[in-house]
Design a protein around this ligand. Sequence first.
Ligand SMILES: NC(=O)c1ccc[n+]([C@@H]2O[C@H](COP(=O)([O-])OP(=O)(O)OC[C@H]3O[C@@H](n4cnc5c(N)ncnc54)[C@H](O)[C@@H]3O)[C@@H](O)[C@H]2O)c1
Length: 327
Amino acid sequence: MNSESFLVTGAHGCIGAWIVRTLVQQEKSVIATDLADNPTRLRLLLSDEELERVQFRALDVTDTDAVKSVLEESGASRVIHLAGLQVPFCKANPVMGARVNVVGTINVLEAIRSCRDQVKGFSYASSIAVLGPPSRYREVPIDDSVERFPETLYGVYKVADEDAARIYWQDHGLGSVGLRPYIVYGVARDQGLTSDIAKAILAAVGGVPFRVNFCGLVSLQFARDVAEMFIRSAEADVQGAHACNLRNDVVEVEEFVRVVNETIPGAEITLDPSRPLPFPADTDDGGLRSVIGDVPFTPMKQAVVETAQQFRELLAEKKISLEQVQA
Ligand SMILES: NC(=O)c1ccc[n+]([C@@H]2O[C@H](COP(=O)([O-])OP(=O)(O)OC[C@H]3O[C@@H](n4cnc5c(N)ncnc54)[C@H](O)[C@@H]3O)[C@@H](O)[C@H]2O)c1
């Protein structure tokens, strides 16, 4: 076992589950923390034997003392902070959204500050939602330093996280890498505004007609690639507080739908042609490359084929149901 150990918050979510799986497969030690106590998504991605190698800890990131003591007791040398509420949840409950997405991040930064000799690297989830609609940006591809114009509370909270990380570098020399995913897709992506991409693949495999709720140019990031980006960002020896755009597949949703319908027999996927997402897709990931080097990238067609195969096996084993994609 590698001597590095990783503490992951929000580890039971989609990206968390992929990160835990990747760390276990890389024989790295992992402390998976989450508010939720049932690792349902992890069970979709890890075998029982792999799950036994994970140390689980219940942790609510809004609890300042608990975050500090769990980090200290874990002895973790790298922290990956993902715990968060997504766009619809922040809209429905702004106070809870701010507690989890902003106070939670401050709690993690404070905990790291109090364990400075222990923690060597830190990455966290920001989001493309920190940026404004595409019309705000004349020059493409859009680099990390453009002005941010969030149009959702969720985006405002993520801006606060990026700025807090910047101040922790300025005031305490605490280095960090914030990643700004756009649409993360793959097995276990089952909630949030843009989970329709992953759900479309599940529906296609299950032979259920499905309509993707948005259209237009998006950027798609396969969950396994994103997991590796977070891990390598936490392993990087960074100076400063970086907030990095991701890129990978920049495609029209129409093109994704075509690939799914052509690749998966019996697929009946459509989309809503009147609802483009309010985020710019043509982003430049040069900032991320300067932190981690080559960016992991599984092209969309390959990711669709792999994901479809995983869903087929999970359906056959009755580990997943079609409930989430049925009207
Ligand atoms: N999935 C995407 O496409 C995407 C895009 C941009 C940014 N992000 C960000 O990446 C992060 C992870 O995304 P995801 O898709 O895995 O989300 P997810 O919703 O699948 O998982 C989030 C996890 O956070 C946990 N959580 C919620 N409140 C908590 C609390 N108070 N304390 C501890 N844990 C708590 C939940 O139980 C859940 O397991 C989030 O911060 C999200 O905002 C995701």
